[in-house]
Design a protein around this ligand. Structure first.
Ligand code: 5RP
Length: 241
């Protein structure tokens, strides 16, 4: 019978599948330093990693978490979690695994739907290999016109930053909190702007341009460390590219 998995079933499937597959292919092995992403697709991967540590398949794993969400998950699941700066990590990771909001055919990404883009990028850009897990809805033809690009900014620079971003053709919306009056405050104490363009920008060029604006901390285009992407489909299959 053909399966018809929901989006959350696809997320659960791909997180588990990717970790098992990477262990099978010896791309995850004992002693590795692994960056762990944020969000509802990264979490099943974190949980599967914890299971494979618990069953003895993986030993001496050192993790770096990309958010409070992931730190708490690691603490609850018994995954040893360190700062990027700890001597166990030394500022460099063997692998990072994370979710994404959008993936284009060049495997350029938008990330930061969960407002964790800054640590996610620090982890992804300091890892030898980068793996993305996603449900099929994330696989899109172009990025920047449908899912708004998150940009983390210093609160005091909000107005000049918005003006400079508008010069780059973007429409900006200050992200608002849920069950919190006023704007979202990131794990780093900053604000998030969500940016949309009328037509898709050159993501790699825009990633660099946005970061030149004084008051921008980081943006959610990820174009530098091109990932291996695992995508789960409604029919229950997972593809890797
Ligand atoms: C958080 C992220 C997430 O990886 C991204 O938003 C995807 O989230 P989900 O897997 O919940 O759809 O970048 O900042």
């Amino acid at each position: 019978m053909t399966k018809n998995l929901t989006q959350s079933e696809q997320k659960a499937l791909v997180g588990k599948y990717a970790v098992d597959q990477l262990i099978e292919q010896k791309r995850i092995f004992s002693g590795m330093k692994i960056g762990l992403g944020t969000g509802s697709t990264a979490m099943p991967a974190v949980e599967r990693l914890a299971e494979r540590i618990k069953d003895g398949t993986l030993k001496d794993i050192c993790a770096v978490a990309t958010s409070f969400q992931t730190t708490i998950a690691c603490e609850n699941l018994g995954i040893p979690v360190f700062s990027m700066n700890a001597k166990e990590i030394g500022g460099h990771l063997d692998l990072a695994i994370d979710g994404a909001d959008e993936i284009n055919p060049k495997k350029q990404l938008i990330k930061g739907g969960g407002a964790a883009l800054l640590l996610e990028k620090i982890v992804a850009y300091n890892a030898d290999s980068f793996v993305i897990v996603a449900d099929q809805s994330k696989d899109v033809a172009s990025i920047g016109t449908v899912f708004a690009l998150p940009v983390e900014i210093i609160a005091e620079a909000r107005v000049p930053v918005i003006k400079a971003l508008e010069q780059l053709g973007a429409t900006c919306t200050l992200r608002q909190g849920v069950k919190k009056a006023g704007p979202v405050i990131t794990d780093n104490g900053n604000l998030i702007l969500d940016l949309l363009w009328k037509s898709a920008p050159d993501a790699a060029q825009m990633e660099a341009e946005i970061n030149k604006i004084v008051g921008v901390v980081e943006n959610g285009f990820f174009c530098k460390n091109i990932p291996t992407v695992f995508v789960a489909h409604a029919d229950g299959t997972v593809t890797e590219r």
